[in-house]
Every structure is written in structure tokens, then in C-alpha cells.
Design a binder for this molecule. Structure first.
Ligand code: IMP
Ligand code: MG
Length: 398
């Protein structure tokens, strides 16, 4: 069994928690894209809460493997801190495997990320993700395996430094990664071993960011640097994984961090209310998230391009107590009404059209069920369950 879980919006749908819950039914969880731009919050109980950026999300149980595959760009220091933190918080550390083909995020990538974003205002997380992926494509990247051999590494660094100085006019400061490398060494595995290892196992692939932030199918250029949608699984593993179930996670409303179009965005007091109620502040950067109403046209688009065949809705409980809940069911674009988009760029001109559904006081109410049924009917995909609180087990499967 090979399944994938992705976010269907602009991230922060609560994937971490959903992946952690479902991972109890799998042998391994695999990260296949993104890097430390992700911020997956997992609250196990009142005592244990972790925010992971690189390690896959998981359910605390006897045996589970956490795999960081080749498609992930790795900040060694962040990963080191995450593993150390985990050791302090839980009794049994899961087995960890890190691909030797993963590219390393270097301090210079973070510097470049800042520089680029000060002009090309995407509103990135400044974690060096875009520049690290760009270096990978430019064949300037340093991979984890390169740290094995000091001499070869030195040669590579000299070549890359020359290019950096000539083209970017910045010094390629290569700080001491040896310390982190030595620490992580026991976990480093060849990508082929990872492929062989997962072939006969029950594996859950954990998406990062979300479909609308996918490098190709998202709201380009306001996207992240990797194929974080379901299509990224194959290239991120280096093997044509046959996926059985593709599960999409979406929030009962909508948020976005960073810039880019957002037709149902709220402003002023209304926005503040929803933001505070939903605690919508970035897990990675602490930035206040932009908030708005659920956009079913975008949800339908995300489902179409990701091939998701079932869904989980999160944070319906945040809307408890509202009398009416606006849901976007179409756009007015250049004077014309549409309920489907063919190209995501169309949303830049879109004016949302709402229907107003009855609110609920509690997710046990009939009107909550009606909200779910309305969404299923509009997008044509089943909602398998919903999450009603931040803790891993606060999830109801129908
Ligand atoms: P980058 O991935 O840091 O290059 O940022 C590109 C865009 O994706 C920015 O709008 C970020 O705010 C957004 N982004 C990146 N990672 C996440 C995430 O995990 N959750 C939500 N937004 C993200
Ligand atoms: Mg997040």
C-alpha cells in the first residue's frame, strides 16, 4: 500500500496532524519534496507538541520509519536540532533514514533568498529553499554524499565559489557542516536502499506546502521551489511509485502566507477575528497568515490537478458559532460568471461569488454535516473525515 497526503490549498491545512494520525496504519512516512520551509505542527497530548520542518510527521508507536528522500533539500543544522529535540521529547526514537542524494541548503542560499525576495517579492520563508533548488538544477548543488570525501568536496566548493563570486558577486561561505554531517551519518542511506526498502512496505508519502504552491500547477510565480503536489512523489523518490490512495487535506476556510492572488481574502476586523480564532500565524516564520473564506472553485482545481480521490476537512471547529458561513462557488471574471477555471492565473482577475451556508455551534450539529455534504457535492470527491481540534487523535473518520 502506497498512499500520499497533500494539502489542497496554500499550506497550513493541518497536514502534519493528519499525517501523524494516519501514519499509525503504515510502516514508513516519507518526505519527498520541499525543505525546512514546511512547518508541521503535531500535538500529541498536553505535554508533547512538536513543530517539524524536515522530519516526517508520525504517530508515536512501536515501530515506524521516517524517511527523507532525495527530493527534499536539507538544512543539516535544522535537522540536527529536530532529532535532538525529538530525543528529549519521546521515549523511542523512530528509525530515521536520510537520502545521500538530498541536496544541502547552505547559508549562502538563505542569503540569496533574502536578496531575491527583497526585489522579487514572493514573500518566501527565507529558508533558502528556492536558491537551493535552483542550484540543484544549475548543477551547482552540494549533496549529502559530497560530505563523505573531504578532497572531492573541496574541489567542488572551489568550482562553485568561483561561479558565485563571478555571477552573484557574493562569497560562497561554506561553514563547518562536518559537525552536523558526523552527527547525521548513522541515518544517511543511499537512495537506492530507500527505494528497495519501501517497495514492500506500507508507505505514506507526506506532502509539504500544498497543491496551490506547486512549482508548476500553483499560482506561479507565487509558489515554492518544488513539485510539492502529488506528482512530486515520483521524482522525489526517483522511482515511479504506484499510488493507491491520494488524500487531500483542506481547511474549512482559507489561509495563505506570502504574496499572490487570493480572491476570497478578508481584511480588517473580520480578518483579524478569524486569524485569532484559528491561531493563523506561521509555524515556520511566525508571520500572520492572510485569511479568507473557503473557495470551492480553487478546491476543485486543486483536486483536478492532484488527482486526489478522498479528503479530510480540518478546523471546522474554528467556525463554531457563526450564523452564516460564506463559501465561494464561482467567480465573476471580466463580467462573466464561471464556476471552473482552466488556468489558475484567471484568479488574479476574479471576484468571488458566495453562497451563505447555515453555521453550527458544534461539529456534531446537522448544519455541519450539511456544510460537508455541500462541499462534496460541489467538488465531486468524498470527505472521509474531519479534524476537530489540534491534537493528533482529534479526528473523526466516517
Ligand atoms: P519558499 O517555499 O520559502 O520559497 O516560499 C514560497 C511561498 O510558499 C511563500 O509564499 C511562502 O510563504 C509559501 N510557503 C512555503 N512553505 C510553506 C508552508 O509550509 N506553508 C505555507 N506556505 C508556505
Ligand atoms: Mg505549515
Amino acid at each position: 500500500m502506497k498512499d500520499v497526503i497533500v494539502g489542497l490549498q496554500w499550506g497550513d491545512e493541518g497536514k502534519g496532524k493528519v499525517v501523524a494520525f494516519f501514519s499509525q496504519f503504515y510502516d514508513a512516512v516519507v518526505r519527498y519534496s520541499g525543505g525546512s520551509n514546511a512547518g508541521h505542527t503535531i500535538e500529541y497530548n498536553d505535554e508533547i507538541k512538536i513543530v517539524n520542518h524536515l522530519l516526517p510527521s508520525f504517530y508515536i508507536k512501536k515501530s515506524i520509519e521516517l524517511i527523507i528522500s532525495a527530493g527534499v533539500v536539507v538544512d543539516l543544522e535544522i535537522l540536527y536540532n529536530e532529532i535532538e529535540n525529538l530525543k528529549n521529547k519521546i521515549e523511542i526514537l523512530p528509525e530515521i533514514k536520510i537520502s545521500n542524494l538530498s541536496h544541502i541548503v547552505l547559508p549562502v542560499h538563505k542569503k540569496l533568498d533574502e536578496k531575491y525576495d527583497s526585489v522579487n517579492k514572493i514573500g518566501t520563508t527565507k529558508r533558502g529553499i528556492g536558491p537551493a533548488f535552483a542550484d540543484r538544477v544549475n548543477r551547482l548543488g552540494i549533496r549529502i554524499k559530497d560530505l563523505e570525501n573531504e578532497k572531492k568536496l573541496q574541489k567542488k566548493v572551489e568550482r562553485i565559489s568561483a561561479i558565485y563570486e563571478k555571477i552573484f558577486g557574493i562569497t560562497f561561505d561554506f561553514n563547518d557542516l562536518k559537525k552536523f554531517y558526523n552527527y547525521l551519518k548513522p541515518y544517511i542511506t543511499s537512495q537506492l536502499e530507500i527505494i528497495e526498502d519501501i517497495k514492500n512496505k506500507k508507505v505514506l508519502f507526506e506532502g509539504t506546502q500544498a497543491v496551490l504552491l506547486d512549482l508548476d500547477m500553483g499560482t506561479y510565480p507565487y509558489v515554492t521551489g518544488s513539485n510539492c503536489s502529488t506528482s512530486g512523489v515520483h521524482s522525489g523518490i526517483g522511482f515511479p511509485v504506484k499510488l493507491d490512495n491520494l488524500l487531500g487535506v483542506f481547511k474549512a476556510y482559507l489561509t495563505r502566507v506570502g504574496n499572490g492572488p487570493f480572491p476570497t481574502e478578508l481584511t480588517g476586523e473580520e480578518a483579524e477575528l478569524l486569524r485569532n480564532k484559528g491561531k493563523e500565524f506561521g509555524a515556520t516564520t511566525g508571520r500572520p497568515r492572510r485569511v479568507g473564506w473557503l473557495d470551492l472553485v480553487l478546491l476543485k482545481y486543486a483536486i483536478s490537478v492532484s488527482g486526489v480521490n478522498e479528503m479530510i476537512m480540518t478546523k471546522g471547529d474554528i467556525l463554531n458559532g457563526l450564523e452564516k458561513i460564506p463559501v465561494c462557488i464561482g467567480y465573476k471574471i471580466n463580467g462573466k460568471f464561471v464556476d471552473k477555471i482552466l488556468d489558475i492565473e484567471e484568479i488574479e482577475e476574479a471576484e468571488p461569488i458566495y453562497t451563505y451556508l447555515d453555521g453550527w455551534h458544534d461539529v456534531k450539529d446537522y448544519t455541519f454535516k450539511k456544510y460537508i455534504a455541500f462541499i462534496e457535492d460541489f467538488v465531486g470527491v468524498k470527505i472521509k473525515g474531519f479534524s476537530f481540534g489540534p491534537k493528533v487523535d482529534q479526528i473523526k473518520i466516517f
